[in-house]
Design a protein. Structure first.
Length: 214
């Protein structure tokens, strides 16, 4: 069944999109740099893992997804057919790539309060983007500002890791991509989730399509 599923994925991706094999073979050159291939590979990986768990007899009683992972959760909940998830991914990536957005992300080995205070006292515009754990907080901003911010927090004894991402995701700098993406999503069919889906936007369970992408 998994082999049949991979063939279905490849046939869908051949509709003008990279195939599963192409993504795997060229991952070192494209992942983290090409937004569409990176996000498409995440959708494929999440979907495959979910199918494997189903093959093992496990059944989800609720679902959620972080950031783009919500697309995989929507597919797992039967709200997105796979081809619709791919189409929505394409629209999302086009909106990101066509918007005048520059920047990236850096992971800081410190809690949210410490990193937020560092952002507030830093003279340039940087933003807390993700609070991954009590000791890991991600900051986003324009590239030059981030480089100086790294030096700034190093002087305070905070270790950092530059993340291999092409944009300052989860920051206000992404706002120019919001309206084009929302307009494009109107053409993508979305059904009510068959499995309870916890939204990563408002931390509430969503049952109707209009509440999933408000």
């Amino acid at each position: 069944k998994m082999r049949e599923f991979l063939q279905i994925l490849s046939s869908l991706l051949k509709m003008g999109h990279p195939t599963f094999e192409d993504i795997i073979d060229n991952h070192e050159q494209t992942l983290g740099k090409d937004v569409f291939r990176t996000q498409l590979s995440m959708l494929l990986a999440d979907t495959l893992v979910f199918k494997i768990l189903q093959e093992m007899g496990l059944r989800a009683d609720r679902l959620t997804g972080h950031s783009y992972g919500e697309f995989a959760a929507l597919h797992a909940a039967d709200a997105f057919q796979f081809e619709n998830a791919v189409q929505a991914t394409l629209f999302r990536c086009r909106s990101i790539e066509e918007a005048p957005i520059e920047g990236g992300l850096v992971s800081c080995a410190a809690g949210e309060d410490v990193v937020a205070a560092a952002c507030a006292s830093f003279p340039e515009e940087v933003f807390v983007a993700n609070c991954n754990s009590p000791q890991q907080t991600v900051v986003g901003g324009e590239d030059r500002s981030l480089r100086r911010f790294v030096e700034f927090v190093h002087s305070q004894g905070i270790r950092t890791t530059i993340l291999d991402v092409p944009r300052p995701f989860h920051t206000p700098l992404m706002k120019p991509a919001q309206k084009p993406f929302k307009r494009a999503l109107i053409s993508v069919h979305l059904d009510p989730p068959r499995i309870p889906l916890l939204s990563g936007v408002n931390n509430q369970y969503v049952a109707e399509p209009e509440n999933i992408f408000p």
